[in-house]
Ligand binder design. Sequence first.
Ligand code: NDP
Length: 296
Amino acid sequence: MSSEVTTYQLLDGKAASKAIRDRIATEAAEVTAHRGRPPHLAAVLVGDDGASRTYVNSKVKACAAVGFRSTLIEESADLTEEELLGMIDRMNRDPELDGFIVQLPLPKHIDEEKVTLAIDPRKDVDGFHPENIGRMVLGLPGYLPATPAGIVELLRHYGVETSGKHCVVVGRSHIVGTPMSILMSRNSEPGNCTVTITHSRTRDLSSIVRQADILIPAIGKPEFITADMVKDGAVVVDVGIHRMPDASRKSGFRLVGDVKFDEVAPKCSWISPVPGGVGPMTITSLLLNTLKAAKG
Ligand code: NDP
């Protein structure tokens, strides 16, 4: 007999972000009073990718709302690697700047690895530098990668129990899947999961995903996770974000995740929506990292 769960609760990233950002604003005001200047984040946008522009604008807007200073540096797609590395060097040495991000993806002629390595780990508020990744693995202080850290904060905010649960992460990218698997396996709350990390070479993905108490898809394929792949009562945190053409919308598109929300949600105990789930939490993590950088 099926034990299908018919009511689910939303892991509402907007509401959680609002609560956390209120706390950040209070602390930012204290930092500003103490240092005589607000926390300061810079964001570098190279080229004119529409989605990247939207993300960067949201980050800049979020800074203003919590009382941070922000600087948006927009460069055309023909910026050379050397020029970008020169800018990074100047930002590393700028005493008025607490942290900065270089929005990915970059144009093909720029080596993203070189760029990541050039950022001073003390200003790497995206948490992508190998030093910060290493610190995360060892549980040492540092900056956590924004999206996985945001997911941990989302689970914490809603008091979702994770200890002893089987967490399946789908995707092994450096910025989402891999660090996510580490954070969920750490000896902390949220954490203490038994983690399985899967990827495009995983055999019989569905049967592994179906074993998940906590499922975190970060695949980059719209509505890939369907109801038959999800265990009754699972917690699902959808990282994917995709613009699907939709003529009925003024924008011309609608956003969907890696999960087929309408059919999966009724099976879940908790599920995050797209939009309004992981997206706002990623930005909240960036603000938390910037506040930490400003506190020194
Ligand atoms: P990547 O493309 O870097 O990684 C995707 C991962 O999914 C890879 O590890 C890949 O495996 C795996 N994968 C692809 N196809 C399959 C498959 N059929 N079965 C199993 N695994 C598969 O993506 P990102 O990690 O950067 O991002 C993932 C998604 O999250 C995207 O939709 C992105 O837009 C979104 N995102 C959202 C953020 C937010 O703030 N909401 C922030 C960052 C990302 P393999 O390694 O073998 O190729």
